[in-house]
Design a protein around this ligand. Structure first.
Ligand SMILES: Cc1cc2nc3c(=O)[nH]c(=O)nc-3n(C[C@H](O)[C@H](O)[C@H](O)COP(=O)(O)OP(=O)(O)OC[C@H]3O[C@@H](n4cnc5c(N)ncnc54)[C@H](O)[C@@H]3O)c2cc1C
Length: 378
């Protein structure tokens, strides 16, 4: 049997590890752009020099080949029902897992004036932002926000908090603006309103100017234009775009721009699964945790389908965000299934340490981390 996995991020590698954990004989091939994979959730700590670039990366090809998984470094060009066209030829499959993530660059380029801002998603974006923050002088104005329907704001919160910390550490006076798409403010989309009330107070106490219920419509050399027409003057601008699945899989997407799937199995049809940032209907924000959960669920569904017994439940999706904020950090959790609900927000410097430890675990194990603190799907 021939399993093809497209993408070697959190979702793609989780599928490969799990299938190999249950079967040594299934032929598994990963096709991905680069053998070098980066644990990007820890990127905000590049801004504070608490981590180096090399702390975030590992060679996925070496790790997976040691497990008997083929790894082809190639660009996926088009996916069809039955075969995948790549820069290194055409591949067929019995089962296909699409785990190509979200098209951040493609969508960032659609923002008018994007060349005047950084995108706090890629390594290049973080390194550019880091250089500018280092060179910031008295009176600097920093803007952090998202475009309309951008599916993850957590990184924006962290960049805003870290910017405030860096100014304070250098003894520089300046302004940090944070635009949140929800009128409720920080973590506004979480159904428990106490979370955003507590979060807003915390951000305001840190001196961050919250612009609630606003998204970025245009970026200019010295300002950002928001959805209500307000213009914010800013020297340093960092913005996350709306998202869609990459264009290589556009045959599979619907009007949302993502690949529709069934829950909890993340199956698109009898032999195709779509995972992580590429899939439609992921809970609220599109996160690494949800990507790994989607991969766990899809793998169990696949193994059951081919007659291999698995002893784990399907997981429900939720939100777990550990914030890095310079000399302080925080954690937010919202998880729910039909029987229970967990929701809290807490602050403390130790959450930064916890995040660093978790990131190291992810890197050292090539994303083979089985515990996601998720509730079972019931
Ligand atoms: C700064 C930052 C902080 C974050 N913080 C958190 C957090 O605290 N918690 C959390 O859970 N999530 C967080 N996230 C979100 C998380 O990183 C993403 O949701 C996650 O990367 C999605 O995983 P994925 O496997 O779906 O896709 P990805 O990790 O993006 O993997 C996609 C893979 O496909 C490959 N690929 C894409 N297109 C092609 C192609 N055409 N051909 C070949 N290969 C291709 C890529 O190279 C990559 O290997 C954060 C993200 C950022 C940037």
């Amino acid at each position: 049997m021939n399993v093809l996995i497209l993408g070697s991020g959190y979702a793609g590698l989780t599928v490969a590890h799990r299938i190999r954990g249950y079967s040594k004989t299934i032929d598994i091939t990963i096709i991905s752009r680069s053998a070098i994979v980066r644990e990007n959730t820890i990127f905000p700590l590049l801004l504070t020099d608490e981590i180096k670039v090399e702390d975030t990366e590992f060679n996925a090809k070496e790790v997976m080949e040691r497990k008997g998984v083929n790894f082809v470094e190639a660009e996926v060009e088009a996916v069809e029902d039955g075969e995948v066209k790549t820069s290194k030829g055409t591949f067929d499959y019995d089962y296909l897992f699409i785990a190509l993530g979200g098209a951040y660059e493609e969508n960032f380029e659609k923002i008018k004036g994007h060349e005047h801002a950084y995108m706090h998603h890629t390594l290049e974006g973080f390194l550019g932002l880091k250089k500018e923050l280092k060179e910031a002088e008295d009176g600097v104005k920093i803007f952090v926000g998202n475009a309309k329907n951008s599916p993850i704001e957590g990184p924006s919160y962290q960049v805003a908090l870290i910017s405030e910390f860096l100014l304070r550490k250098k003894g520089i006076k300046g302004e940090v603006y944070l635009a949140t798409q929800s009128p409720r403010g920080v973590f506004g989309p979480i159904p428990d309103p106490r979370i955003s009330e507590i979060a807003n107070k915390y951000f305001e106490k840190r001196g961050i100017r919250l612009l609630k219920g606003k998204y970025v419509t245009e970026i200019r050399k010295d300002k950002v234009v928001l959805s209500d027409g307000e213009e914010i003057e800013a020297d340093i601008k960092s913005v996350l775009p709306a998202l869609s699945a990459p264009k290589a899989v556009k045959e599979f997407t619907d009007d949302s721009g993502f690949i529709p799937v069934s829950f909890p199995s993340f199956s698109y049809n009898e032999r195709i699964f779509a995972l992580g940032d590429s899939a439609k209907g992921m809970v609220g924000p599109k996160t690494a945790r949800s990507a790994m959960v989607s991969a766990e669920n899809a793998t169990y569904a696949f193994l059951k389908k081919i007659g291999i017994d698995v002893d784990k439940p399907y997981y429900s999706q939720g939100i777990l965000c550990i914030m890095e904020g310079g000399d302080d950090g925080g954690i937010v959790r919202f998880d729910k299934n039909s029987k229970e609900s967990v929701s809290f927000i807490l602050f403390g410097k130790h959450y930064v340490t916890i995040k660093k430890i978790y990131s190291r675990l992810l890197v050292n194990n090539a994303f083979n981390v089985p515990y996601h603190a998720s509730l079972p799907f019931i």
